[in-house]
Design a protein around this ligand. Structure first.
Ligand code: GFB
Length: 314
């Protein structure tokens, strides 16, 4: 069981996932959260990470720090996605093991599975085929992180586990159109299209790819659940096991925001993976299910954006 009186380091606490983990841990009654901003601790620098762990000696680590972004950011910055993620995860996992951390949770991503994997994708299909080219650099880094957790468990007995979440969204997401994921990007575009009385909303790609979306507060809940109950080498998928097309998502968001114009598809932009649906049987068997449905989660995230849009534009 996660000892809520012990020191818990949430790496990446200012991001979408990290901030949700902090909220969930505080709600659970965690008394010693250890947090560092990027300016205070650059996780890409090995010596700094080792020094931090030696000084602070956290007992648990939730590794939510990563370089992330949508399909366009992945396409244009392959070196940064590969390098930054390899550096961050290698430094943190190794330092955590060396400092005697009791348990570490690493976060992967559903894009680690092969592009032609049978749907829904079970944990077993890892490394059974070629990756989707639009995010292979990020996927390679995440696969290395998962393998590092497995190797440290086998060789050193380190209790490192990996959760494999589907596409995430929620408060505190990145709404910057050049590197955002689809859901926050479409929220912003809908608000702007409504304000401008635009006739159409520009949606990248054909609108036919299907994606599964999980509210980040559900992921945070799943992470605590796993910290309390799971201690095995195999990664574990976290999602709903249901998906929606990008065109349907765009319509859902447009209706929520009150934009009544048409959807216009920009087919010069990549679709990425045709489908990326997780098989969540393992997580369900452990007794965990998400709670925040897509309509409810989208409404809450639109509300969050409405309240923060002035700050976000600065
Ligand atoms: O969320 P997204 O950027 O990434 O795009 P992936 C999902 C789908 O939405 C693609 C379409 O088919 C996009 O073409 N889309 C439509 C848009 N309009 C937009 C828009 O305005 N912005 C964006 N960004 N997309 C990511 C990976 O893949 O999934 C990451 O690149 C990560 O590595 C993440 O794993 C979970 O779902 O295709």
């Amino acid at each position: 069981m996660l000892d809520l009186d012990a020191s818990i380091y949430v790496a990446g606490h200012t991001g979408l996932v990290g901030s949700a983990l902090v909220r969930r841990l505080q709600q659970a009654g965690a008394r010693q959260l250890l947090l560092r901003t990027r300016a205070e601790l650059d996780l890409r620098r090995q010596a700094d990470v080792e020094h931090f762990f030696q000084q602070q000696r956290p007992q648990y680590v939730l590794l939510a720090a990563a370089k992330v972004g949508g399909i366009e950011a992945n396409r244009t910055r392959p070196a940064q996605f590969l390098r930054d993620n390899l550096q961050i995860q290698t430094n943190v996992i190794d330092a955590a093991y060396r400092c005697g951390v009791r348990k570490l949770l690493f976060l992967g991503s559903s894009c680690i599975y092969p592009r032609n994997a049978p749907q829904p994708m079970s944990e077993e299909c890892l490394l059974s085929g070629a990756l989707e080219p639009t995010n292979e650099w990020y996927a390679i880094a995440k696969i290395a992180g998962l393998k590092m957790c497995q190797a440290y468990r086998r060789e050193f007995g380190f209790d490192a586990i990996t959760a494999m979440p589907t596409n995430l969204y929620g408060p505190g997401d990145n709404f910057n159109l050049t590197d955002a994921h689809v859901l926050p990007a479409l929220i912003r575009k809908c608000f702007e299209a409504k304000l401008a009385h635009a006739e159409a909303l520009l949606v990248w790609g054909s609108g036919t790819p299907r994606r599964e979306f999980l509210h980040v507060d559900d992921l945070a809940d799943a992470c605590l659940y796993l910290m309390n109950r799971y201690s095995e080498e195999a990664a574990i998928n976290v999602g709903w096991g249901t998906d929606i097309s990008i065109a349907e998502l765009a319509r859902l968001i447009a209706d929520e925001v009150g934009f009544a114009g048409a959807l216009q598809f920009d087919r010069t932009r990549p679709d990425g993976m045709a489908r990326k649906l997780l098989d969540v049987a393992r997580m369900t068997a452990l007794g965990w299910r998400p709670r925040i449905g897509l309509a409810e989660g989208v409404a809450a995230t639109c509300e969050w954006y409405r309240a923060h849009q002035v700050q976000l534009r600065r």
